[in-house]
Design a protein around this ligand. Sequence first.
Ligand SMILES: Nc1nc2c(ncn2[C@@H]2O[C@H](COP(=O)(O)OP(=O)(O)OP(=O)(O)O)[C@@H](O)[C@H]2O)c(=O)[nH]1
Ligand SMILES: [Mg+2]
Length: 252
Amino acid sequence: MMRTADRPAPLVCTVLPTYNERENIGPLIEGVLAGAVTPHLVLVVDDNSPDGTWQVVEELMRRHNQAGQVRVALERRIGAKGLTSAIQRGIDLAIYTFGAEIVTWMDCDLSMPPEDVPRLVRAITDGGADIAVGSRWIPGGADVAHGFMARTLSWLINNFARTLLDRRVTDYTSGFIAARRQPLSHLRLRGDYGEYCIDLLGRALAAGYVVTEIPYRCTPRTAGASKTGANLWDYLVKGRKYVATVWRLRQL
Ligand SMILES: Nc1nc2c(ncn2[C@@H]2O[C@H](COP(=O)(O)OP(=O)(O)OP(=O)(O)O)[C@@H](O)[C@H]2O)c(=O)[nH]1
Ligand SMILES: [Mg+2]
């Protein structure tokens, strides 16, 4: 894309929501910064993790924030908890405090490859999308992190969402997203865990925003513990909320 002197490259901010990701956060931050092609800020929103994730981030801030340049920032929330509110807090800081034009976010268990962040960003800067979604369900994408039962339930819910909402999106529960500031400034995140993603994409499509998908390979976490349950009951409880979210959005 051509840039002129009066049109500086847009600031991209990657929001990283963390709870007890001490061993993952360092490689993840380094991975995101290594792929940066325009000015890029990494903003960690940590809910005062007992394992001291925020201390690792503070150390990286000392290393990367030199000569007045902020490349790594930390929001340490004391008392607040929850993935959706952490991402929303990060989006608000990215847009209104740091002036980001594009915000990306992802899980911090290294199940989503930081090398793919530039591809999501390019889908917006070069491809003209308003929102780019990392998808496990298009050619080139895969989910090798979860077992047969979880993959089947995820496939079922995503097909249910495609049938009732919009077929162009295949991974409504992705959570690996890049978006322009404009949709984010009037579509605030609602709901718990994966529901927020279905809800955001459903409302964005209904509002006429251009949503594109980029394939990615979801790999198992190798350090730290999952914060969501992995037995059939947990999946059914989560799945019921996903179905209710799709059902609510169907008439938009
Ligand atoms: N700030 C914040 N981050 C959270 C909270 N709960 C989970 N996270 C982060 O959300 C991301 C996803 O959490 P995971 O434990 O990987 O959950 P998941 O991906 O649904 O589960 P798996 O499929 O088992 O990996 C990780 O980056 C977590 O650290 C929370 O309460 N606050
Ligand atoms: Mg995970």
